[in-house]
Design a protein around this ligand. Structure first.
Ligand SMILES: Nc1ncnc2c1ncn2[C@@H]1O[C@H](COP(=O)(O)OP(=O)(O)OP(=O)(O)O)[C@@H](O)[C@H]1O
Ligand SMILES: [Mg+2]
Length: 248
């Protein structure tokens, strides 16, 4: 797994995200809906993938599968070389905490914790002795060094999303997934978050999966994957030399 954390340019590394013949249904009984249909997708180390598609096409569900927050009915999900099928819930949660940073549209900060605590507490729960020092560094790196002790309600939307980004980045994950991270922000603030996210991705060589409705934002990624009714409709590469094409 070490080879995946920071693979030097040019060094061969296994694809950090491999999804093969994935099928997933949600809901019970007659309300059960087939949501993801035979989805196969490989995402390379350091690649940025924009995931687009109409509302209800399955983007968030696919992201949740990659993060191990939803389990497929069929198919394989292998992240950073680890097959999710073989992991129990606790192992999956531990794995996620170490390797996958997640950013949501609605920030998902804990309102009773300060910015610093929101970032530090997950690190502390993961057993890191330097949780608070690390959280402070991460918050400073997203421009919030002066806001450590403020609660989410005392922060602007853009600042809250910076805290959420710092929380996602603090464990130094190899993979960052973001579900419409600018969806609740005005255009200028959203743009700042996007710049920050892409800068962090480049600096750390992270693999990024970004769900967005914004076509121009998606085009900034190395590849754009479009979902239609739960299946991969198209996959178009822009820049990334090792970007694999999704299976039809
Ligand atoms: N728990 C659930 N039970 C039944 N159906 C569900 C459940 N969760 C999601 N769905 C359905 O799965 C489909 C895909 O949902 P998903 O949230 O992945 O779409 P999306 O592409 O992210 O849409 P949006 O752009 O609106 O966020 C939708 O039709 C949704 O209604
Ligand atoms: Mg969604």
């Amino acid at each position: 797994m070490d080879s995946l954390i920071a693979s030097p340019a040019g060094a061969p590394a296994p694809d950090p995200i491999i999804i093969a013949n994935l099928n997933l249904s949600l809901g019970e009984g007659a309300a059960r809906v087939h949501i993801l249909k035979d989805v196969s997708l490989r995402i390379g180390a350091g690649e940025a993938v924009g995931l687009i598609g109409a509302s209800g096409s399955g983007k968030s569900t696919l992201l949740m599968v990659m993060a191990g927050l939803e389990r497929p009915d069929q198919g394989e999900v292998v992240v950073a070389g680890v097959p999710f099928n073989g992991l129990g819930e606790d192992e999956l949660a531990r794995f996620r905490g170490r390797h996958i940073g997640i950013v949501f549209q609605s920030f998902h900060l804990i309102p009773t914790m300060t910015a610093l605590e929101n970032v530090a507490v997950p690190l502390e729960l993961a057993g890191r002795a330097d949780a608070f020092a690390r959280a402070e560094r991460e918050l400073a790196s997203v421009g919030l060094g002066e806001r450590l002790n403020q609660y989410p309600a005392q922060l602007s939307g853009g600042e809250q999303q910076r805290v959420a980004l710092a929380r996602a980045l603090a464990p130094d994950p190899a993979i960052l997934v973001a579900d419409e991270p600018t969806g609740n922000l005005d255009e200028a603030t959203g743009q700042q978050i996007v710049e920050l996210m892409f800068r962090k991705q480049r600096e750390r060589g992270m693999t990024l999966v970004l769900v967005t409705h914004d076509a121009s934002l998606a085009r900034r990624c190395d590849r754009v994957v479009r979902l239609r009714s739960g299946a991969i409709d198209s996959s178009a590469s822009h820049r990334h030399p090792t970007a694999a094409v999704a299976a039809p």
